[in-house]
Structure formats: structure tokens, C-alpha cells
Design a protein. Structure first.
Length: 564
């Protein structure tokens, strides 16, 4: 006699829980991008602490460093203690521990702290963003592995929009009180994850109807982005009264309720699907889900029945992408697609090719936005026009993050285009954007910054998507946060050592140390365009090295879709 145990089926709580997890992650992402709001309170920070511009830039550098280097959050996420709620809890503690001392300082509650302490507080506050982002992205990828580009785009998209959302809160509730805004940054992004962190869980369940509802989330995201863009343009063109600001803010809150409504509908649909599937399963059970066979003939029959019942139970169908001989690495490393740790991934050529491409793209993008005020001033743009450019950057950033995730998923699964090919296209367009700005012609700053903003956002989705596919999911959070170090690395070289150095050299003859004319930044943008071409070469090499691997991904996905 032989006893056969049936694997436990997903429960009602499991089925649909991933949708509530997605909605909770979206709301956390909506308040996580406080590092994008530095411009709102930087003037208060500068005057209250008696900083000069270079000192303020030093504080800003630690903000960028904290917001882009997420190795610690990745290590925690990959450890046995790295449940999503734990990562979110640490992020909440860091956020409050960073912003609250800054608020105490700028409001005069405590004496002015040393610069090193202020930089450390800003580092902690910005580092919280990586913990929020890592937890939400990793959970979304685990819950929706067949649509990872789309869900990463949604997560990264709302993170990009968070700067605009927080700014709308500031303009509506605080109306110029930057000190109160810093206190809000200490409280709101810290409390919201504490309220929602137990909804952010990994649910291993069937994903047959995921795309329909994810498309609805995508449409909602686009609507919110479009609404914010109209509000931003309206505020820069017209003078809005307090009543109009309140109305526009209430409309924004109503739009932000939409993800919860869609998640609830998706959960009810999945529960209905599970109930219908459970009714079809009529095999009698002996004990706790154990089939019993009494002789050799019946034992074979029981085995066949168990396999049949397993096929009837909804389960996560993740296409296998590990094919024997698929690795181009040496025999001591796992094949592509297997779960590598961060040290194993750093021994591969793919890791460094991706690192170089990201450093060139994200580094030049940060150099552009960090210096956009000075660029606009040198080309004769007004303060209002520069303000519009800064506000619109968050919209282009979002559209790039959201759009490329959906597009790359579509072309990967329907046309067989390997995802690294989109990095090639993205960096090519970014290089064109830098060339457009270098010309210094009227209106080119709007066009060029649009191209660069879209591509900058796209890279933040393509990089983690490719990382999860090539290096596996087990240490995904650690690996993609390690590759993300390329962003401040590239920014330091291109922004400080290239753009800043050339601008200071061009303005040295001026008594006011300012530079007027297209020559102030022309050489810098030509260099950044060239760096993007270096990234193109690196991503082409990555595409060629992973082309066979992605063909196996496509074959495995097609095979899974044809299986009963």
C-alpha cells in the first residue's frame, strides 16, 4: 500500500490577496518619492542653516546617494528575515529618523547641527526610499512573474509620480510653509507603510487573468499622470485660488481610490474562479488530503488521478527558462535565469555590461535635471519656464517608467524582442536628446528634456526587469540595487566632473560667476551624448550575449501557454 499526498491548494485568502498587495504597494509608492521634493524646501534649508550653494549641493549629493544606493535594502530583502513587512518597517524608521531632525533644525527647535550630521540625516531620509521601493517591487515581481515588466512599470511609475503628488499636498495644505512640509515628509511616508505593510505579501497563485486587470491598473496610472500634468501646467499658467486648489486636490484623492476598487473587483473574480475550480474536484480524500491505493493496479490509477487533480487546481504557471547548456559562463557559475547571489552575478560579463549602460544613461539623466536651472538661465529661460520644466520632468519620468514596462512585455511575448534591445533604443534616443539641448536653439530645452526624461524613467524599469530575468528572483533585490549604484556613480562623473567643471571654467571670466549663452553647456552635452553612445555599445553587447537566452524564455513561455 502506498500513500500519495496532494499538494495543498491555494486558499481563498491566497487567491486575490496579491491584488490587495498590489494596491497597498501603489499607495506606499505614492508617498515614497520624498527625495524628488528637495527643491521645495532647499531654500529654507539653505537660509536657516546659513549654507552657501556648494554646501547645499553637498547635502543634495547625500540625498542622491541615499535614494539610489539600495544595497542594504536588497540584502535585507534577500535574507531569511526579509519579509516585505520587515523591509517596509525599516524604511519607515529611517524616514522618520532622517526628516524629523531636519525639521527640528530648520524650525530652530534645536541649535544648528554640524554639516556632517545634516548630511547623515538626509542620507537616512533618502535611504528609506530604497527600502520602500525594494519591498514593493520585489513583491510585485514575485506575485506577477509573467508580467514583471508591466508591474515594475506601475511600481516605478507611481514612485515617479510621488514627487508631483507630494507637491500637490504641499501647495494645497501648506501653501509656502516649507517647514511644515518637512514635518509632513517625516510623518506621512513613515505612517502609511506601517498601516499597509501587512497587506504587502507574496502569494503564489495562478495568473491566468492577470493581464486584464493589470491593463486596468495601467489605464488608471495614465489617467492620474495626465491629470497631474494638467494641474501642473494650469498652476504655472494661471493663478489658482485656494478653493480651486482644494477642489483639484480632492479630485486627485478620488482618482487615487481607483486602484483599491480595481483590486477588490479582481479579488472577487479570483475567488469566484477558485470556487468553480474547487467544485469540479470530486476525488474522495482519506485523511488530510491523502489518496489511498490498495494494490498495484489501483495504485497506478490513484497516481493518475492525483496528477489529474493537480492539473485541475489553480497553480502559478511560471514558464521555466533554464535550459541545459544555456549558460555562457564558466562551469562554476549558475546558468542564466537561475538564482545567482550578488557575488556570482558580479562575476558575469552581463552584470558589468548592464552596469556600464545604466551608468551612462542614468548618470547623464541626473546631470541634466540637477543642472536644469542653470541650463535654463544660460539660455534665457524665465523662472516660470524653468519651474515648468522641473515639474514636467516627473511626468516624463513616469511615462518612461510606465510605458517601457508595458511595451517591452508586449514585444517580448508577442514578437520575441529581447529586453536588452530596448536599452539600446532608449540610450540612442537619450543621446539624441543631449544633442538637441547642446544646439542651444529656442525651445530645444523643452524637446531635449522630454526625450531625456522619458529615457531616464525607462531605464529604471528595464534594468530591474532584465536583472530579474538573467540573475533570477531569489537575490533580485540585492542585485538590482547593486547595479543601481551606477546611477550616483555616473552622476558624480558627469555632473560634478564634467558639467560643473566646464560651467565653472566658462563662467570664470564673469564677476558674478554666471555664464550666459549656449557655449556654457554645449561641450557638456556633447560629452554626455557620447557617453550614451558608449552605453549603446555596452547594451548591444548585452543583447548579443543574451539573445539565445531570451529565445529560450520566449519558447518556454509559448510552451506554457499551450499546455492544458
Amino acid at each position: 500500500m502506498k500513500l500519495l499526498r496532494l499538494s495543498p491548494a491555494p486558499t481563498m485568502a491566497d487567491h486575490g490577496g496579491k491584488w490587495l498587495a498590489l494596491a497597498a504597494s501603489i499607495y506606499i509608492q505614492c508617498t515614497s518619492g520624498s527625495s524628488y521634493c528637495f527643491g521645495v524646501y532647499s531654500s529654507l534649508l539653505k537660509t536657516s542653516q546659513s549654507y552657501d550653494q556648494s554646501t547645499l549641493d553637498s547635502v543634495a549629493f547625500f540625498k542622491d546617494l541615499g535614494a539610489n544606493v539600495g544595497v542594504l535594502s536588497g540584502l535585507l530583502s534577500s535574507s531569511r528575515f526579509g519579509a516585505p513587512w520587515v523591509v517596509l518597517l525599516v524604511g519607515s524608521v529611517l524616514c522618520f529618523s532622517g526628516y524629523f531632525p531636519i525639521w527640528l533644525s530648520v524650525t530652530g527647535v534645536v541649535p544648528r547641527p554640524p554639516l556632517s550630521l545634516m548630511c547623515f540625516s538626509m542620507l537616512l531620509a533618502a535611504q528609506a526610499q530604497t527600502f520602500f521601493n525594494t519591498s514593493n517591487v520585489v513583491t510585485a515581481v514575485e506575485n506577477f512573474p509573467g508580467n514583471r515588466g508591466t508591474v515594475i512599470g506601475i511600481m516605478k511609475g507611481f514612485l515617479g509620480l510621488s514627487g508631483a503628488i507630494l507637491t500637490q499636498i504641499y501647495r494645497t495644505l501648506y501653501n509656502g510653509n516649507a517647514g511644515a512640509f518637512i514635518l509632513m515628509l517625516a510623518c506621512l511616508p513613515s505612517l502609511l507603510p506601517l498601516l499597509l505593510m501587512f497587506f504587502v505579501k507574496i502569494h503564489r497563485i495562478d495568473g491566468r487573468d492577470d493581464k486584464k486587470y493589470l491593463d486596468t491598473f495601467s489605464i488608471i496610472t495614465l489617467i492620474i499622470a495626465g491629470y497631474l500634468m494638467l494641474v501642473i501646467l494650469g498652476e504655472n499658467i494661471l493663478t489658482l485660488g485656494s478653493f480651486v486648489r482644494i477642489v483639484t486636490f480632492l479630485i486627485l484623492l478620488l482618482l487615487l481610490l481607483s486602484p483599491l476598487i480595481v483590486a477588490t473587483k479582481a479579488q472577487l473574480h479570483d475567488r469566484k474562479t477558485l470556487t468553480e475550480s474547487s467544485k469540479e474536484s470530486t476525488q474522495p480524500l482519506i485523511g488530510d488530503g491523502i489518496y489511498k491505493a490498495t494494490d498495484e493496479k489501483s495504485e497506478g490509477f490513484a497516481s493518475e488521478e492525483v496528477d489529474t487533480k493537480r492539473n485541475q487546481i489553480p497553480s502559478r504557471k511560471v514558464p521555466s527558462v533554464i535550459v541545459q547548456g544555456s549558460s555562457s559562463q564558466d562551469k562554476f557559475l549558475p546558468a542564466r535565469g537561475e538564482n545567482m547571489n550578488v557575488l556570482q552575478s558580479m562575476l558575469t560579463c552581463e552584470f558589468w555590461l548592464l552596469f556600464i549602460a545604466v551608468a551612462c544613461g542614468l548618470g547623464s539623466g541626473l546631470a541634466t535635471i540637477n543642472n536644469i536651472s542653470q541650463i535654463g538661465g544660460s539660455l534665457g529661460y524665465s523662472i516660470r519656464e524653468v519651474s515648468s520644466l522641473v515639474s514636467l520632468w516627473s511626468i516624463w519620468n513616469f511615462l518612461g517608467r510606465f510605458g517601457i514596462g508595458y511595451i517591452s512585455d508586449y514585444f517580448l511575448h508577442s514578437r520575441g524582442y529581447a529586453r536588452p534591445l530596448f536599452i539600446v533604443l532608449t540610450l540612442t534616443v537619450m543621446s539624441i536628446g543631449h544633442l538637441i539641448i547642446s544646439s542651444g536653439l529656442p525651445g530645444t530645452l523643452y524637446i531635449g528634456s522630454t526625450f531625456i526624461g522619458l529615457c531616464y524613467g525607462s531605464l529604471w524599469v528595464l534594468m530591474p526587469s532584465i536583472t530579474s530575468e538573467i540573475f533570477g528572483l531569489r537575490h533580485f533585490g540585492t542585485i538590482f540595487n547593486t547595479i543601481a549604484i551606477a546611477s550616483p556613480f555616473g552622476s558624480y562623473i558627469l555632473s560634478v566632473r564634467v558639467v560643473g567643471y566646464i560651467y565653472d571654467k566658462e563662467s570664470s571670466a564673469s564677476v558674478a560667476h554666471t555664464c550666459i549663452g549656449r557655449h556654457c553647456f554645449m561641450s557638456s552635452f556633447l560629452i554626455m551624448a557620447s557617453s550614451c553612445l558608449l552605453g549603446v555599445a555596452s547594451s548591444v553587447a548585452l543583447f548579443l550575449r543574451t539573445r539565445n537566452f531570451y529565445s529560450q524564455v520566449i519558447y518556454a513561455g509559448a510552451r506554457a501557454s499551450l499546455s492544458p
